[in-house]
Structures are given as C-alpha cells and as structure tokens.
Write a protein that binds this ligand. Structure first.
Ligand code: GLN
Length: 304
C-alpha cells in the first residue's frame, strides 16, 4: 500500500474538512481538552510508521482500553469468558442499563461499559495486582515504560460516574460480579483514564493486525484464533450504536473512546489511531470517522 501518498491526500483533505460536534464533558476533565486537537498515526505490520498532527501528544484513551482488557481476560479465561458476557452488538448507548435487566445481568459484549466491568472483575479475581499488571501489559505492547493512568481523569469520573456504579451494582445483584463492586468500578475507571498518544496506540494494537504477535518484540500476545475473534467483536461492537454505519462506510475492526480517540485495524496490514475530540451524537469522533472512510475508499482496501 502506498501509505506516503495516502497521508499526503489525508493532509489535503483535513485542511478542507469541517469539524462538528462537542467534546465529551460528562467527565468534567475531558471537557478541558482543546476541541481542535488532531493527531493520526498508522503503523504497518512491517513496522513502518506514518503520522500527522500531534501524534506524540497523549490523550485519554477511555473505552479504547476495553479491547486491551478483553485481550488479557480472554487469554486468562478462554471460552469460559463467554458464560459471563456475550458477543452481540447492543444497538443502545454504551452506558445503557435496560438490556442488563432483561438479560439477567449478562452484558451483550465486552466493549460496552457493563461488559468491560465484567472483564475488570475477572482481572481483579485473576491478577495479583490488577492495575499494576495491566499497565505493565500496555507499556510492553506500546514499547514505552512511562505510559500511565491519569489520577486526575479517574478522580473526575469517580465524582460523576453514577451510571457505571449502577451497572456494576445491578450485575452484582444478578451474581455476575464476584468481587466488591467498588473495587471493580475503581479498576474500570483507572483503565479508562490511561493516556496514550496516537503513535503509542497504533503500536500497542499492532498485534491485532499481526495474528496476535507483537511485532515489536516477536512475542505472542494472544492466539491466532483469539486475535481473529477480538477483531470480530471490534467490527460488530466497537463503535457503539453506530457500528453498522462504520462497517458500512469504513469496513475495519475499530474501537472508539469518548476522549475522541479511535483505533482501527486492517488485519494483515496495519493499525491506525486518530484523535480528534469533537464527537458526533453517538459519541464517536466526527473527523476520525470521516478520515477513516476516506482512507479505505482511497486505498480501495477494507476487510471486505
Ligand atoms: N469512562 C467512560 C465511561 O465509562 C468510557 C466511555 C467511552 O469511552 N465510551 O463512561
């Protein structure tokens, strides 16, 4: 693929592109970000890198962390994981409570808040030091030892995260949370608070484009089959209730976060991270989605 020409085209497109929507402010600290920020970085499986904008500036990855926590829990639990969380798209907002009541506390998938809380419960049960072990995993994937949680962001969300508290308690009532609900909620909020740059994100997710192996170290992160399944879940569930639209217009496994970040995977080829904090009404980065649509159209290459 001619990535160099692609990035030239994207930089031209970006200059003419409008930007719409609002920065997420239900987590007060997220509302302080510069709405005009922009960064993009693509890393190919051959470890070639291409970037634009503030590609080394760190931002709050929020729900993008849910894919990495899923990778850890899936590796620990194998198919036992699917007794506690499904693999179906939700079609409702990411923090919705209604489905949980109808389906007895089993979340539809691991990339919505309820599913990620179950995943965090598994990390609390299975890891000696869940936060420490998880951040060590992320640092190794990204090849950067100073990636960290943001106590400022997690504290901000703790003060306002009543829905997440409701989700974890509702699932506890159904017997789908083994540990103390507040402990699980804290781990979840810390995971969401991790700050990374687009360059680091693209590197950290490259194992999902490379059949489960981290090309940086040659180490296997998850099996080939698990890597395929995580990509399948991303395609179906990674863009909230806009996942169908994203598959239709872009055609890549993806995960977005309310910090304005998006990570997308082209299995066998590349991982690409974009950060542009203005979100559309579904909570996805407005410019991020447009650029990815242009990318797979211009290269004539999606997973389909
Ligand atoms: N921490 C956020 C929340 O739980 C993550 C949401 C997101 O990025 N979709 O609401």
């Amino acid at each position: 693929m001619d990535y160099k020409s692609l990035f030239t085209e994207i930089s031209i497109l970006l200059k003419a592109m409008d930007d719409r929507g609002e920065v997420a402010s239900y987590i007060p600290e997220l509302g302080k970000v510069d709405p005009g920020s922009f960064a993009m970085h693509l890393t190919s499986v051959e470890n070639l890198g291409f970037g634009l904008g503030a590609m080394d500036e760190r931002f709050s990855i929020q729900s993008i962390a849910k894919v990495l926590s899923l990778a850890v829990a899936f590796d620990l639990e194998d198919d036992r994981l699917w007794r506690r969380v499904g693999v179906e798209p939700l079609g409702s907002p990411f923090n919705s409570l209604v489905q949980l009541e109808y389906e007895n506390g089993i979340p539809r998938n691991p990339l919505i808040n309820a599913g990620a809380l179950v995943v965090c419960d598994i990390l609390v049960s299975r890891l000696e030091h869940p936060e420490r072990d998880f951040i060590a995993f992320v640092r190794k994937l990204a090849g950067n030892p100073d990636i960290d949680y943001s106590p400022r962001i997690s504290a901000s969300e703790k003060r306002t995260g009543f829905r997440n508290a409701a989700l974890v308690n509702l699932m506890k009532a159904y017997g789908n949370i083994e540990n103390d609900a507040d402990t699980v909620l804290n781990v979840y909020l810390n995971l969401c608070s991790i700050e990374m740059s687009c360059r680091e994100l693209a590197q950290a997710f490259l194992f999902l484009a490379a059949g489960g192996v981290n090309p940086l170290t040659g180490e296997r992160v998850v099996s080939v089959s698990k890597s395929k399944r995580i990509n399948a879940i991303m395609l179906l569930c990674g863009f909230y209730d806009e996942a169908g639209e994203f598959a239709f217009k872009v055609g890549l496994p993806v995960k977005s976060g309310v910090g304005g970040g998006i990570i997308a995977i082209h299995p066998g080829n590349y991982s690409v991270a974009i950060w542009s904090p203005r979100l559309n009404e579904k909570g996805n980065s407005y410019r991020g989605m447009k650029i990815l649509e242009f990318m797979t159209t211009w290269t004539q290459s999606s997973i389909f």
